[in-house]
Ligand binder design. Structure first.
Ligand code: FAD
Length: 322
């Protein structure tokens, strides 16, 4: 890539103070494509172990650690204040286009008085990027002339860098004072016994065709268990209450690209396909042979899911026993 200006990139690490989220490796990969020095900021509380993990990432030039109680819960206001204290040293600030990154990036962009460049899937030059629009049906090429570019990246578009191979010093920086207008109240976390959706190798995803919350659990649960899969859902399935909100895949949900995506009772509306079309292998099970999901599927099974899924689960059982 042609180097336009001296480029120094700040990646904001996503983590829970204990472990680094895998998406940070994709974010670093995107940052490296900009061709400059990559620094990674861990903003948290008692997050030394996360900083140590970051310091091992291949190709990271500097690990910054801001460690303070006000950064414990990842409140965007407090992280923003800390990032702003160092932002002017960078030409690019890069975050994942996850709930975490999408919470922080707009605040940074507004305070820096620059335009945010959202959900990029390719870097053409240090100031030119590609991003999907119209639910992925068109790709916009956008140029930014801002002095600092605040960017969120689509994780599935950038292969993760290796978590090992680096050895950078950890530089402790001062956390900005707590923003008085916000305080942390509580967090309701659902304990997942399954892989996390955005990093799962296999996803079993259900739609309105399942007909009820009970069917969703009874049909998809055993199949996901056999495959060690994460569970996903269409928006219709979420709206009908079959699955929780954070299972939603698509334009207004999560973007995923697992090795195997099994769409069950999902019609394949463009807004759903926008979230899973980059999966390596797509299997669709639908009773309607004209369902648009078959246009993107590598393998299609036309039939009643209530007959096919139990058969499939049994077949997998037999296969595992061999
Ligand atoms: C702005 C906007 C954003 C949106 N964002 C999203 C998004 O992020 N994610 C998303 O998913 N949608 C999104 N949608 C909604 C989207 O347009 C569709 O309405 C939704 O994806 C449909 O979900 P579905 O396929 O589960 O339901 P349906 O379209 O109702 O399809 C159900 C399918 O199940 C099949 N079926 C029924 N019974 C059986 C059976 N017994 N066996 C086998 N197959 C069966 C049917 O043939 C049908 O194809 C968005 C829409 C808008 C306008």
């Amino acid at each position: 890539m042609r180097k336009e200006v001296d480029v120094t990139i700040l990646v904001i690490a996503e983590h829970d103070n204990i472990a680094l989220k895998a998406i940070t490796l994709n974010t670093v990969a995107a940052a490296q494509k900009l061709g400059g020095e990559v620094h990674v900021l861990v903003a948290g509380y008692r997050a030394g172990a996360v900083a140590a993990t970051v310091a091992n990432i291949a190709g990271v030039a500097k690990t910054l650690l801001a460690d303070a109680p006000q950064l414990c819960e990842g409140l965007a206001e407090n992280i923003e204040a800390t990032v702003l204290s160092i932002a002017r040293q960078y030409t690019h600030i890069v975050l994942p286009a996850t709930t975490y990154g999408k919470n922080i990036a707009p605040r940074l962009a507004a305070k820096l008085d620059v335009a945010q460049i959202s959900d990029i899937t390719a870097i053409i030059r240090t100031d030119i990027f590609e991003r999907p629009i119209y639910a992925g049906n068109a790709i916009a090429t956008v140029q930014s002339v801002d002095s600092i570019k605040v960017i969120t990246i689509r994780g599935t578009a950038f292969n993760p860098v290796s978590a090992d191979g680096g050895s950078t010093p950890i530089q402790v920086i001062k956390a900005a004072a707590a923003v008085p207008s916000v305080s942390f109240v509580s967090r309701n976390l659902r304990k997942l016994n399954r892989p996390e959706l955005t990093s799962a190798r296999v996803i079993v995803s259900g739609g309105r065709g399942l007909g009820s919350k009970k069917n969703y659990a009874h049909m998809l649960g055993p199949l996901a268990d056999k495959l060690g899969a994460a569970l996903g859902a269409s928006r219709a399935a979420v709206e009908e209450g079959y699955a929780p909100n954070d299972y939603q895949i698509g334009q207004s949900g999560k973007i995923v690209a697992p090795q195997l995506y099994i769409a069950i009772g999902i019609s394949g509306a463009i807004q759903h396909v926008a979230g899973m079309k980059d999966s390596k292998v797509i299997v669709a099970i639908n009773k309607d042979p004209e369902a648009p999901i078959f246009d993107v599927a590598d393998y299609g099974l036309v039939g009643d899911l209530f007959m096919l899924i139990p058969e499939l689960v049994n077949a997998l059982h037999v296969y595992q026993k061999k």
